[in-house]
Design a protein around this ligand. Structure first.
Ligand code: ADP
Length: 459
C-alpha cells in the first residue's frame, strides 16, 4: 500500500491574512501539495461540517514547516469550521458551469445586477451552491510563474466601489463548478439568507493590525465558547470578563463582533452612555434583562461599550444611578456560572476611571490593550477598506500608510470612503442618472486614484 497515491488528507485550519480575504484561496504547505499531487492553481474540496472548494496556492513564507491550511473567514464559514478545527481535503475537478445564480448576502443591499461584470469577477473561481463569496481581491497580483487561470482570478476586476458579499444560490450542474466564457450568470435582486449569516458579516479578516490581539482573544474567548466541555474537563474556569482598552475608533467593537461570529456565538451590545439616564431603576433593569437574554441565547458575547460611563469609580461619583449600576453589574458578573457560556467583553478608553472592584478575579480579570495602529497595521486596515475597490495603478497603500501617522481604524475607513466619493464625483458627468444603471464601459473605467486619496487626506 505504501506507493498508493494519496487522494485525501486531514489538516488543521488556520486564519489567512486579511489581504487574502475574499479570494477563495487555500494556502497549503508544499509538502502537502506534493503528497496530494497538487500544483498551484489546482482546486481542492474542503470538507468540514460542510464542503467548499478553494484554489490551491503556496504557503506564506513563515508557514514553511507548519502543517496548516490557511482559509479566510468566509471559507471557514462555508466549510462550517473555525480555525484550529480539522478538515479533510482532496483534489477536485470543477466542471464548467452552464448556469450560476447569485443573490446578495447582505440584506441592506439591493443590487441592480450587471451579470456580465459579475462573471468577470468570478471568472474561473471554483464555486459550490450555498457558499458565500465576496467581490474582493483584485490587488497585489503576485508575480512569477503562476498558472494563467489563477492569475486571471486574482486579477479579477472590481464589481463596485466596495466589496459585496453574495450567496451562490444554485449551480448547474451541481457540485463544484467554475464560471467560464459560456456560463450564464444570473444575479437575483433579493437578499438570500446565508447558511451562516453571522459569519458572512464580520470575521477576523475584517480587523486589521491586530494579529496578536486576535490570538489573545481566541484563546481567552473563542476557544472556551466553542469547546466548553474541554474547559470543564480540564477543570479550568474560562474568563467571564475581558476588558479591552484603547482609544475610540481602534476597532474594539468590530473585534468583539468578529470574535462572536467566529465563535458562532450570539452578540449583544450595551452602550454605556445609552443605558444611563433612564428613569429610576430602569437602567439596572435593562442591564439585568440583557444579561438574562444573553445567557438564554448562549453561547454568547455581551459587549459593553464605554463601560467607564456605567461603572465609574464609586468614590468619584455623586450620582445614585451610577452607584446602583456598578453594584448591579458586580452582582450580575458574580452570578454568572462558568457553564453559562457567556463572556462579557467591556471596552473603555480610560481603564483607570472604572471601579476597581470590577477588575477583581472572576470579574473583568483579563485585559487587552488595543492600541493606535502602527504603519504596518494602517497598511493592513487600508487593505481591508479598499477590498473590492478598483484602485488606480498609482495607488500605493504602503505610501498612504506612511502618510497617515496617528490615524486609527475609523479614520482610515473614513479616508477610503472619502476617496471613493472623490472618484464618483469625477465620474458623475459621465453617468446617465435617468437610466438608473451604469454602463458597463464606464464601470470598467471607474477607479479610485492616487489623487482621490490625496484630496481625501487633505480634508
Ligand atoms: P471602537 O469600538 O474601538 O471605538 P469600532 O470598532 O467601532 O471602534 O470602529 C469603527 C469603525 O472603524 C469600524 O466599523 C471599522 O470600519 C473601522 N475600524 C476601526 N478599527 C479597525 C481595524 N482595526 N480594522 C479595520 N477597520 C477598523
Amino acid at each position: 500500500m505504501a506507493d498508493q497515491e494519496q487522494t485525501g488528507r486531514r489538516i488543521q485550519v488556520a486564519n489567512a491574512r486579511p489581504e487574502d480575504a475574499g479570494r477563495g484561496l487555500a494556502r497549503l504547505p508544499l509538502a502537502v501539495m506534493a503528497q496530494l499531487q497538487l500544483s498551484e492553481g489546482d482546486v481542492i474540496e474542503i470538507v468540514g461540517k460542510r464542503n467548499t472548494p478553494a484554489r490551491v496556492v503556496r504557503p506564506y513564507k513563515e508557514d514553511e514547516g507548519l502543517d496548516v491550511l490557511r482559509l479566510d473567514g468566509l471559507q471557514r464559514a462555508n466549510a462550517g469550521v473555525g480555525s484550529g478545527d480539522f478538515v479533510q481535503i482532496s483534489k477536485a475537478e470543477p466542471r464548467a458551469a452552464q448556469r450560476v445564480v447569485f443573490a446578495p448576502a447582505q440584506n441592506n443591499l439591493r443590487l441592480q445586477g450587471n451579470p456580465e461584470a459579475l462573471k468577470r469577477v468570478f471568472f474561473q473561481r471554483p464555486l459550490a451552491a450555498g457558499d458565500v463569496v465576496a467581490t474582493a481581491g483584485q490587488q497585489q497580483v503576485p508575480p512569477g510563474d503562476m498558472p494563467p487561470q489563477l492569475r486571471q482570478m486574482l486579477a479579477a476586476p472590481a464589481y463596485a466601489l466596495q466589496e459585496i458579499r453574495l450567496v451562490v444560490v444554485s449551480t448547474t450542474p451541481k457540485g463544484i463548478v467554475h464560471i467560464d466564457a459560456d456560463t450564464e450568470v444570473e444575479l437575483r435582486a433579493e437578499y438570500e439568507e446565508p447558511r451562516e449569516s453571522r459569519r458572512a458579516d464580520v470575521t477576523y479578516d475584517d480587523v486589521g493590525g491586530m494579529a496578536e490581539t486576535i490570538d489573545q482573544l481566541r484563546e481567552m474567548v473563542e476557544l472556551p465558547l466553542r469547546y466548553p466541555e474541554l474547559f470543564e474537563r480540564l477543570g479550568v474556569d474560562p474568563p467571564k470578563g475581558v476588558l479591552l482598552h484603547g482609544p475610540p475608533g481602534t476597532g474594539k467593537t468590530r473585534l468583539a463582533r468578529a470574535v462572536a461570529n467566529e465563535s458562532e456565538a450570539e452578540f449583544f451590545l450595551i452602550n454605556g452612555p445609552e443605558i444611563m439616564g433612564s428613569a429610576y431603576g430602569e437602567s439596572e433593569k435593562k442591564l439585568r434583562e440583557i444579561f438574562e437574554e444573553a445567557a438564554k441565547a448562549a453561547p454568547s458575547i455581551l459587549f459593553i461599550d464605554e463601560i467607564d460611563s456605567i461603572a465609574p469609580k464609586r468614590g468619584n461619583v455623586t450620582g445614585e444611578t451610577e452607584k446602583r449600576l456598578v453594584a448591579q453589574l458586580l452582582t450580575l458578573m458574580d452570578g454568572l456560572e462558568p457553564r453559562t457560556n457567556l463572556v462579557v467583553i467591556a471596552a473603555t478608553n480610560r481603564p483607570e476611571a472604572i471601579d476597581e472592584a470590577l477588575r477583581r478575579p472572576g470579574r473583568f480579570d483579563r485585559e487587552i490593550v488595543v492600541g493606535v495602529p502602527d504603519e504596518r497595521g494602517r497598511r493592513e486596515i487600508l487593505g481591508i477598506h479598499t477590498r473590492g475597490m478598483p484602485l488606480g495603478d498609482r495607488v500605493d497603500l504602503t505610501e498612504l500608510a506612511r502618510m497617515t501617522y496617528g490615524f486609527v481604524g475609523a479614520d482610515l475607513a473614513a479616508l477610503t470612503r472619502e476617496a471613493a466619493i472623490e472618484a464618483v464625483r469625477r465620474f458623475m458627468p459621465r453617468l446617465n442618472l435617468e437610466e438608473g444603471t451604469i454602463p458597463a464601459d464606464v464601470l470598467e473605467e471607474l477607479s479610485v486614484t492616487r489623487e482621490d486619496f490625496m484630496s481625501a487626506i487633505k480634508r
